[in-house]
Design a protein. Structure first.
Length: 288
């Protein structure tokens, strides 16, 4: 189906910086659903969520809080979004600390984990969610700087966070990594981004095998088109206008529709699952 025939799904808009600001979006992404019923699935748990200031990370933070978890959210520099997420978590009666910095740098990850553990009193769940993407039509246009930056944020950061969280994670702990539908079907305009997401799938499966004897489960979530700040910060207004129209459900998903995947994989409901990927992607069939 040609783009000119696709229906409009969102108002045309753009942002001029990565990874984007949720408070500048219209409409704002849906953080929680009225029909969501919490059941104390994460009661007493302590979790770190990277990229927790907005989008999928924010919705996951709110869902975790509803389920009884205290949180540390790590983000780059979106202070206004992070403060709003903190207020949303605290409104659910849970603790939330905010830690700004670059997860592409190992020293920051080490310090962030130690701060989170100290202030939360321990760590039970790690959600590796932060990411960035920079479209380029041709591989010749991807600079060494862009390639390294995308890999540092999207996959190096996951390695670093796990490396320094591991000594605090005990039997029964859970790690959940955010990958993408692009890891399975590719993306011609997001070569470096899709490559990092493929790496995350392999990382998830390999880490699961590596940690299974320790009783630590490792799984992943591969969202399709989801309405987050990354979208207007990545694509021109005409692309944003029809974002998500090409999937079977003919619309982008909301972060609140993805967050339950993280709740499930982080909870004891998924006690017999490790090395697996869930696919909230609007009905697109992919080969796992």
């Amino acid at each position: 189906m040609g783009e000119q025939k696709q229906k409009q799904t969102k108002p045309a808009q753009s942002q001029d910086r990565q990874p984007g600001r949720e408070y500048e979006m219209h409409p704002r992404p849906q953080v929680k659903r009225a029909e969501y019923r919490a059941a104390g699935k994460l009661k007493g748990k302590r979790a770190i969520i990277t990229g927790g200031d907005s989008g999928i990370g924010r919705a996951t933070a709110v869902a975790f809080a509803k389920e009884g978890a205290d949180l540390a959210i790590i983000y780059l520099n979106e202070h206004k979004d992070a403060e709003e997420t903190k207020k949303l978590v605290e409104a659910e009666g849970r603790k939330c600390i905010t830690i700004p910095g670059d997860i592409g740098r190992e020293e920051f990850c080490r310090n962030a984990v130690e701060q989170a553990v100290k202030e939360l009193g321990g760590l039970d769940i790690l959600i590796n969610n932060a990411a960035e993407q920079h479209p380029q039509k041709n591989i010749e246009n991807i600079t060494e700087e862009q390639l390294e930056r995308t890999f540092r944020t999207n996959i190096f950061g996951q390695f670093f966070m796990v490396k320094h969280a591991l000594k605090h994670l005990k039997e029964g702990a859970a790690i959940v990594n955010t990958t993408s539908v692009t890891a399975y079907r590719g993306s011609g305009g997001l070569l470096d981004y899709a490559s990092t997401k493929g790496a995350i799938v392999a990382f998830t499966r390999s880490l699961s095998e590596n940690l299974i004897d320790k009783g630590i489960r490792v799984n992943g979530v591969a969202p399709g088109p989801i309405w987050t700040p990354l979208i207007p910060a990545t694509f021109p207004p005409d692309k944003v206008k029809t974002f998500g129209a090409d999937v079977p459900m003919k619309r982008p998903g909301e972060p609140s529709e993805v967050a339950p995947c993280f709740v499930f994989l982080a909870s004891d409901d998924a006690s017999y699952m490790s090395g697996q990927i869930l696919h909230p992607n609007g009905g697109e069939a992919v080969e796992s």
